[in-house]
Write a new protein. Sequence first.
Length: 334
Amino acid sequence: MKTFELTRANENAQAVSVAAKATTAQQGADIRFIAGGTTLIDLMKLNVETPQKLIDINHLPIAKIENLPGGGLTIGAMVRNSDLAYHPIVRRNYAVLSEALLSGASAQLRNMATTGGNLLQRTRCMYFRDTATPCNKREPGSGCAAITGVNRSLAILGTSEHCIATNPSDMNVALAALEATIHIRGTKGDRTVTIGDFHLLPGNTPHRETVLEPGDLITHVTLPPPALGSRSLYLKLRDRASYEFALASAAVVITVAAGKITRARIALGGVGTKPWRSTEAENELTNQPATQAVFQKAANAALRNAKPQSQNGFKVELANRCLVHALKLATQNA
Ligand SMILES: Cc1cc2nc3c(=O)[nH]c(=O)nc-3n(C[C@H](O)[C@H](O)[C@H](O)COP(=O)(O)OP(=O)(O)OC[C@H]3O[C@@H](n4cnc5c(N)ncnc54)[C@H](O)[C@@H]3O)c2cc1C
Ligand code: SF4
């Protein structure tokens, strides 16, 4: 691990002004915020991330969960994953988020990991983490070892010829189904970005993962009030029951009235290069009866544009079954 300088930020403006001196907010940034450190320190030990300066944001006043006046919730960027998952309002009104968080990592990691850090966690593609191999995300223009290599765990939706890495976060998938908004403080003031617009598709620039610019500090995330009568659920399928990333997952937020689906928000994990909201599935579900046949049509629509690689063709069927089963569980006895 290379040497670096550590600065402790005591206020948001100070953190932003130090980070604004970075050349980029993306891969290769020479100045980085450090929150829980569970992604960043790992990657620094592997020499994948080599910042010269770390800004410790653990003392910033952005660690509260609060009700919003018209309903809804605000979640500070420094709220730990475990505190968020066990918060009574989250468990009651946003079960999909609690379940997604608790399906991730381990209890110890969740005690450290933060909301802001989870939004920005990096892919688990093995080549990204191995500096001896080509990787366009780590080193733009060097090639993609995964496309012709080990790609069993990688993406089938949103890929490009330059990168097929999955966004590994469970939390992000739940936030996509909940239509969360990300609040950012930057050098030009405060702005908001919807979760759908926050992460970028790899395209020709897989090293650009989000819309963040140098200096941008995520201050908090807001959730709209829960839709009246809605139920939500997160289902994660993986190689072992705990401490493992998703091969496929589904976040479902759904309202059923008199046997008919009146509203559905669907997102998939483990299969997309970004948290994968499926409006195609939502359209197939809305105003339809809550039946197995309708769930199947929705899942088919969600996976219609899937582009499997040499080893991950099984994910098309797995994600399809995952969504159908999640819909069945979420609408039971509705
Ligand atoms: C062994 C292991 C297993 C895991 N399993 C899972 C799993 O199953 N599911 C899952 O979803 N996750 C899993 N994770 C990932 C874990 O959830 C993330 O590492 C964690 O959420 C990152 O949060 P952090 O606060 O530690 O981020 P950090 O490592 O501190 O930061 C990550 C990135 O975010 C930036 N950053 C942090 N906060 C801000 C902010 N407020 N504004 C702007 N930039 C910021 C940092 O500069 C850095 O680039 C696992 C991790 C490990 C190590
Ligand atoms: S899939 Fe993306 S992260 Fe993995 S090797 Fe290819 S470019 Fe790198």
